[in-house]
Design a protein. Structure first.
Length: 351
């Protein structure tokens, strides 16, 4: 009986074997690269997932405040903070530390909505013993329907307890780039974009100030008040949330509610609908201040500060020397509880 020759693999089987091997190698390489990228980003921790009161964040290399500030709110040895929009962002924590004997972080975010500010404040309060807090208030706090978010994406996961799945959520091309910059920053080869206390000067250098250009911008921004179309007695839901937030703060903490100084051209003129709405808003904030033993300071009035064009880059943003003056004025307002004799600010409430 003749023996059977072994069957030879078909052409299809012979051809598929190298492809299977290639596919397995490709998948293995992809997994290895993915794990390496996740490990690299997790190790450099660009958004401070490991930040805690005893573990401050590393160099802050991403200028996107909504991504970078949660690590400051969680970490470091701060016991005071500034919240607000760009109209409070130039208040230097070093100057505030000296004025109020606390360790400030400036967590004011460009164009932040009241909801975003409160979310950040809640994160800070949950992670720090609070000795002082300062809210810079603008027209959005007076609105009957304040926007929940700006056009900028708000990373809710970064503000959640424990940043669920944060190690994986932060893995993207942006985070990979920022992680590499963090590594360079730790080696002293790159400068941080934002100081570890959140402070950064976002206005142009003072030596580039152009008075004529500033006047053009001031006039162009003369219609700022966000709540101008709301009736005087319409609700102000953001202030209700601010009231609730202050109720959760230590009774002996210094609480400052500040209507930041915008140019007089952008304020609601007395007697107009916008002016009446602003006045109603200030009365409600003053009542909140009385309830929580807070100092309420109003710079949003016509004064030598707000009518002088040379103090502003545009209708909303004052210059650096003005920021230093505001800190000095706030110290005086808290100390005396009285209006500025020169008329720069009014004290609407004081403990």
């Amino acid at each position: 009986m003749a023996s059977r020759l072994p069957e030879r693999p078909s052409h299809e089987a012979q051809a598929s074997s190298p492809w299977r091997s290639f596919a397995r190698s490709l998948i293995a390489a992809a997994l290895l690269i993915s794990i390496s990228v996740i490990a690299f980003v997790a190790l450099l921790d660009p958004y401070g997932l490991r930040a805690a009161p005893g573990h401050p964040p590393g160099p802050i290399m991403d200028a996107n405040q909504r991504l970078s500030y949660p690590q400051i709110a969680r970490g470091g040895s701060f016991d005071a903070a500034v919240f607000g929009t760009s109209t409070a962002r130039l208040l230097d924590p070093d100057a505030l530390d000296e004025a109020f004997g606390a360790r400030f972080a400036n967590l004011a975010v460009n164009a932040a909505t009241p909801d975003e500010q409160i979310r950040l404040a809640e994160l800070f309060i949950a992670n720090h013993p609070v000795r002082a807090i300062l809210f810079g208030l603008d027209g959005t706090w007076c609105s009957a329907k304040p926007p929940a978010r700006t056009a900028n994406a708000f990373p809710d996961w970064l503000y959640a307890e424990g940043t669920p799945w944060g190690v994986l959520r932060q893995v993207n091309l942006r985070a990979l780039t920022v992680a590499a910059q963090v590594g360079l920053g730790r080696l002293g080869l790159a400068r941080p974009r934002i100081r570890q206390d959140g402070y950064a000067v976002f206005t142009p250098p003072e030596d580039r100030y152009d008075p004529e250009r500033a006047r053009v911008h001031i006039r162009a921004g003369a219609a700022d008040p966000a709540a101008a179309s709301d009736p005087e007695d319409a609700p102000m839901p953001a202030l209700v949330r601010l009231d609730g937030l202050l109720s959760r703060m230590p009774a002996d903490a210094v609480k400052l509610l500040v209507f930041t100084p915008i140019h007089a051209a952008a304020q609601g003129a007395p007697g107009t609908a916008a002016g009446r709405r602003e006045a109603a808003c200030k009365r409600r904030v003053a009542a909140i201040g009385v309830r929580h033993r807070a100092t309420v300071v109003d710079f949003r009035i016509a004064s030598m500060l707000t009518t002088r064009d040379a103090n502003y880059w545009d209708a909303l943003h004052y210059r650096l020397p003005v920021a230093a003056r505001i800190v000095a004025d706030l110290k005086e307002a808290v100390s005396t509880g009285t209006d500025d004799p020169a008329g720069t600010y009014r004290v609407l409430a004081h403990p």
